[in-house]
Design a binder for this molecule. Structure first.
Ligand code: ADP
Ligand code: MG
Length: 237
């Protein structure tokens, strides 16, 4: 069920000049791949292409053996902010991908309630987005992204607008919920510490391409020298 995604000589851009040229990259099934890069390096562009929102000029993107040609409920997205439907309640925002999946009503309600509880929003089901804090809105987005049981979740600086403490809470929540799903995650950030906390591997973008791909050893790995990794990534940014 987990999704592997392969980019084969993919060139991406909007007008004539490519933003990213001839990229080869594999997202391994079930991993958390974190993409870092300075502003304008093409992180969102890459994520849009993985989502099927932007067609490559050249090359192809293959997800689970099929070429990515459009958006799919297999690949859900989480954005930095303002991605919830403002006139819908928390419950109804989370329910949306399940309606699209045409699940039976009872099954749908159960999944929605479970995910609302998992992200710590039980009791807030009937609120509208504008009645929530930034952190709570990102919890709703997370629940909405995962409730439809996607095979991959694509996250574009989802915690970038949050204060430091709320961001740390959300990072813990994300690690926690990911343990129970087998979804593949591609997570964009410009925060190197966030990258090292969440990633199995870090991709550094720069100069129109992939500068490097860095394996992040597990937290209990005695060889884990995160300070050295951190220095390496910062040097490449
Ligand atoms: P990042 O997310 O790393 O900050 P983006 O992927 O948003 O970078 O942008 C990469 C480059 O593509 C930038 O030069 C940006 O100006 C350009 N770009 C982004 N979106 C568009 C668009 N919709 N139309 C034209 N150019 C765009
Ligand atoms: Mg961006």
């Amino acid at each position: 069920m987990t999704l592997g995604i392969t980019l084969e000589s993919v060139t991406l851009g909007y007008a004539r000049d490519p933003v990213l040229a001839a990229i080869d990259l594999t997202v391994r099934p079930g991993e958390v791949l974190v993409v870092v890069g300075s502003s304008g390096s093409g992180k969102s562009t890459l994520l849009r292409a993985l989502a099927g929102l932007l067609r490559p000029y050249r090359g192809r993107i293959v997800a689970g053996g099929e070429e990515v040609a459009a958006t799919s409920r297999d690949r859900s997205m989480v954005f930095q902010d303002d991605a919830l439907l403002p006139w819908r309640t928390v419950r109804s925002n989370v329910e949306l991908p399940l309606r699209i999946r045409r699940l039976a009503r009872r099954e749908r309600r159960a999944a929605v309630q479970e995910w609302i509880a998992r992200v710590g929003l039980a009791g807030h089901e009937d609120r509208l987005p504008r009645e929530l804090s930034g952190g709570m809105r990102q919890r709703v987005q997370l629940a909405r992204a995962l409730a439809g049981a996607p095979r991959a979740v694509l996250m574009d600086e989802p915690f970038g607008a949050l204060d430091a403490q709320t961001r740390a809470e959300m990072q813990r929540l994300l690690l926690d919920v990911l343990r129970d799903t087998r979804a593949t995650v591609v997570f964009v950030t410009h925060d190197v510490d966030e990258a090292l906390l969440l990633a199995d591997r870090v991709v550094v973008l720069g100069s129109g391409g992939v500068r490097s791909v860095i394996e992040v050893p597990g937290p209990r790995d005695p060889d884990a020298d995160r300070a050295a990794l951190r220095d390496q990534i910062i040097k490449e940014l």
